[in-house]
Structure formats: C-alpha cells, structure tokens
Design a protein around this ligand. Sequence first.
Ligand code: FES
Ligand code: FES
Length: 162
Amino acid sequence: MTRLTINGKEFEVNAPAGMPLLWVIREQCKLTGTKFGCGISQCGACTVHLDGQPIRSCITPALSTEGKNITTIEGIAPNPDTLHVVQQAWIAEQTPQCGYCQSGQIMSAVALLDANPNPSDEEIDLAMSGNICRCGMYGRIKSAIKRASEALQSSTPNPIIP
Ligand code: FES
Ligand code: FES
C-alpha cells in the first residue's frame, strides 16, 4: 500500500508503478472534482497542486507523490462554510459554461495568485495558457482571476453577487 496526503488527510491506496495520480484520486480516494480530459498533458483538466505547485495528475505517477502534499479542488476552501476567494470570483463572474474544465482552471488560477497576487494580463495569459476550455470561456476566466486578485489586494471578502 502507498500512503498519500491529499487535502491534509492520509489515504492508503494501491498504486502500482506508473499508475497516474489522477486515477488514484478519482477511483480510490473518490475525489471526483479533478477531471480527466486528454490524459496526455495537453488540456489541464486534471490539474492539482503538489506541494503548492500546479501539476498534471494524468501524467504524474501516484508513487512519485508519496510524502508530498497533494491539494485537489475539494481542498482549497478555507473551511466548509467559506469558498476560496477564487471560487467566489468564479461564481460572481458566472465563469463556467459546461464546467468540465473548471476545476483545472481554478487550480491553475489559485497557484498563480498564490505566487503572484497581482498578475498582469500577460502573466495571467501565460499561467493559464495550458488550460483548455472547449466552451471558450477564456474572457470570464480572466475576469474572475482579476476579481480574485482585487479581492486579495483589498483583503476584504469577495461578494458572491456582483
Ligand atoms: S487530462 Fe491531464 S492534461 Fe488533460
Ligand atoms: S466551461 Fe466547458 S470546457 Fe470549459
């Protein structure tokens, strides 16, 4: 058995060599917020954080993440009653269409703002360039990131209703 730390909790999983982290997260840990898109590191739908850095869980062997802190979309809210500031901004901007890509988009956005709370347009474009949205919601994704950035600058709660 392999022990993984996901969202601060320990999970004992069966992860043969080469099994992608995404499989383990979804099928064994039942954390299905992280999505399978392409499986070949091309779309970003499977993005999670490994020690705070965004990674593609579809190509990351689960075994290689033992002893590290994995964070999924289920683990970014500060508590059960409060969404992450990025999630609040996503709601305020009505960002998703079908929603399939959005977990990965949000995880990339959270990583960006953790590293750079006030990114320029170019920095947002660069950080988000690996996350594909078939619905083409790129404008709203960018607006939501800017809204979250403004909320972080002001350090006040971001209203859910704009
Ligand atoms: S499913 Fe991992 S990048 Fe597309
Ligand atoms: S909202 Fe549908 S793929 Fe992005």
